[in-house]
Design a protein around this ligand. Sequence first.
Ligand SMILES: [Zn+2]
Length: 299
Amino acid sequence: MGCLTRLIVVGVGGFSLFYWWQPWEFDWQERPAPKSNPAFDLTSLSLFSPERKVLIVTAHPDDTEFYIAGTLLRMKDAGVQSKLVVTTDGDKGYYPFEDAARNRRIRQAEQREATTAWGGSDTIFLGFPDGQLTTSEPLIRAIQREIEIYLPDVLMLFDADPPPRASHADHRRTGEATEIAAKRSGFPLTLMRFSTMHGNAFIDVTQKWDQRWDLLAIHKSQFTDLAMGRVRGIIVGSATTAGKRIGVEYAEPFRVTTLPGVRRADPAPSLPTPETPTPPSSEEAPKTPPEGGPDSQYL
Ligand SMILES: [Zn+2]
């Protein structure tokens, strides 16, 4: 083998190993928008109303404050009921070589503080390992269980379909698993996907722009002044671009569709008696979506 060939083999092998090890995923080409992606009229949803019940599913502590802080602050003002589910235990973050148990403890405490600051009633950690998520059956079932316990009418989730071209693999897997869990639950749900390249609804967060940085700053273990400076540009760029779509200074983009549902959300099931069999738990939930094909969410 020639010297140059050996160098190329080592280079390609080394790059492949590094790509496999690190948690980010890259699309070499931007993914096209879903076939049907009409503008969604958010006023028809009345998101900012105490009637709304919103479940947010993210991958890591700090995701909510990074992507949708302004929307969450507006929801708090409006008295919207909300709760957060985080799929990983957050033991790595931006500093994967630090002590995992310490990372986990600190980051979970930071997320609980942040959730309280934007008015969420609770933070649930599903405990899957940070940086290694797969769209597995246990992950899907764990998310479905949370949907069935909380019975939201709006689900906020990562967009796994047209995400940013470079994004954390845990974000994509969490988005995929949440989509499947939502369909399996069979409940009517509005899906609001954040971290998307093809938003069809935009929330004006200009009034909350200063306060949104206070929320992100709660994650002190991740955002030193230097790190905050680095991410600020990304967040400002995204919010400015989204703002232009609705003629405001700053907005947060979402790709919104609805799932009609085949089940009624009834929070008070009758207690089991010898005459009435125990209702199936989420562990025994049907393994296929109750109805509709793969595109049924694009309504
Ligand atoms: Zn994340």
